[in-house]
Design a protein around this ligand. Structure first.
Ligand code: UT7
Length: 333
């Protein structure tokens, strides 16, 4: 049997035009640019404004750009997996809505929900379909319209999150490159510290659920912070060790963009200097499943064939993980 690997052959991202700055947030809640910048590294985030616009808008823009730059006929796509915790609707899946709009008439699709680790979990899932030889063109989207579940009177969460996302095309190769290994974890005990109570089968929407602000994110920030620092660094170290990688071997760390202090702690534990850490949190904030593809998109022109990348994430669930991949092309943008 052929030894197939799944490699990324293109990436594209999308962020909405509206820029919500720290200065504007200062007019909405009791906060300051100084506090937000020093505690999180975020200066601004994007917001998807306008009636009738859900996360699928982000996915459609990202996938259309991806198909164009990779010269891919939408009819050739076999599967679309959309990682999101803010789907347009509980069903049908956002992946289906994207497929219809981009003309992926021969694909099937589904959503995958693992909060901030969603893109990594979806990438690992898509990789199985490629490595098994089942499919040849799989699109993985990571996208979230976080503004749809943020309470803009809660200063502890509204300063962190933004809207945006990206998509990658995965294709098979017989070269020793592409996605090589993943360490993925989850722990339901973390649900207590980061969740959204309302809108699911436990607390369906009602007057009471709206009055109790159940349709917004609930986060115990300091608690989540501690778990994030520990666990993201742990899995990153584990994936380096089991693939015999030293810091020198790694060209780029691609961390989930939740908080600059969490990113720095992970890089420090891995012994990786900041010049090798992808970082766009100051411009986009935390876009949940969107952060990692947005980083890859931003840094694509700097990436070279053969570069060793470690992708790492931590988020609601709790969910966390790290993926080791060898980049497969010399970047364009
Ligand atoms: O991506 C999904 C996973 N999520 C994460 O990884 C997020 C992890 N957590 C964090 O990034 C940080 O915990 C936060 C950025 C959410 C908060 O930073 P922190 O340094 O952990 O602050 P804290 O929650 O311990 O709060 C410190 C103080 C509190 O005041 P007191 O009680 O010390 O008087 C807060 O009320 O800062 C206050 N505070 C604020 N002050 C100004 C909280 N939010 C704000 C704010 N502006 N926006």
């Amino acid at each position: 049997m052929r030894n197939l690997k799944a490699r990324i052959t293109g990436v594209h991202g999308y962020v909405p035009d509206y820029v919500l700055t720290n200065e504007e947030l200062e007019t909405m809640v009791e906060t300051s640019d100084e506090w937000i910048t020093s505690r999180t590294g975020i200066k601004e985030r994007r917001i998807l404004k306008g009636e009738g616009k859900g996360t699928s808008v982000i996915g459609i823009e990202a996938v259309q750009g991806l198909l164009e730059k990779t010269n891919t006929d939408p009819g050739e796509i076999d599967l679309i997996i959309c990682a999101t915790c803010t789907p347009d609707m509980l069903f049908p899946s956002t992946a289906n809505l994207v497929a219809e709009r981009v003309g992926a008439v021969n694909s099937f699709g589904y959503d995958l929900q693992a909060a901030c680790s969603g893109f990594l979990f979806a990438l690992a899932t898509a990789t199985q379909f490629i490595e098994s030889g089942t499919y040849r063109k799989v699109v993985v989207i990571g996208a979230d319209k976080m503004s749809s579940i943020i309470d803009y009177t809660d200063r502890t969460t509204c300063i962190i999150f933004g809207d945006g996302g990206g998509a990658v095309l995965l294709e098979p190769t017989e070269e020793p490159e592409g996605i090589i290994d993943s360490v993925l974890k989850s722990d339901g005990a973390g649900a207590a510290f980061l969740h959204m109570k309302g809108g699911g089968s436990l607390h369906p929407a009602s007057h009471e659920s709206v009055d109790a602000r159940m349709h917004y994110i609930y986060q115990e920030g300091a608690k989540v912070f501690k778990f994030a620092v520990q666990n993201m660094a742990d899995v990153s170290e584990e994936i380096m060790n089991r693939n015999n990688l030293t810091a020198n071997d790694i060209a780029w760390l691609v961390p989930h963009q939740a908080n600059l202090r969490i990113i720095d702690a992970t890089a420090n534990r891995m012994g990786i200097g900041s010049e090798k850490v992808m970082n766009n949190i100051s411009r986009y904030g935390n876009t949940t499943a969107g952060t990692i593809p947005l980083c890859l998109w931003d840094y694509e022109s700097k990436l070279k064939k053969g570069d060793n990348l470690i992708l790492a994430a931590f988020g609601g669930g709790f969910t966390w993980g790290a993926t080791y991949m060898k980049w497969a092309y010399n970047g364009h943008n």
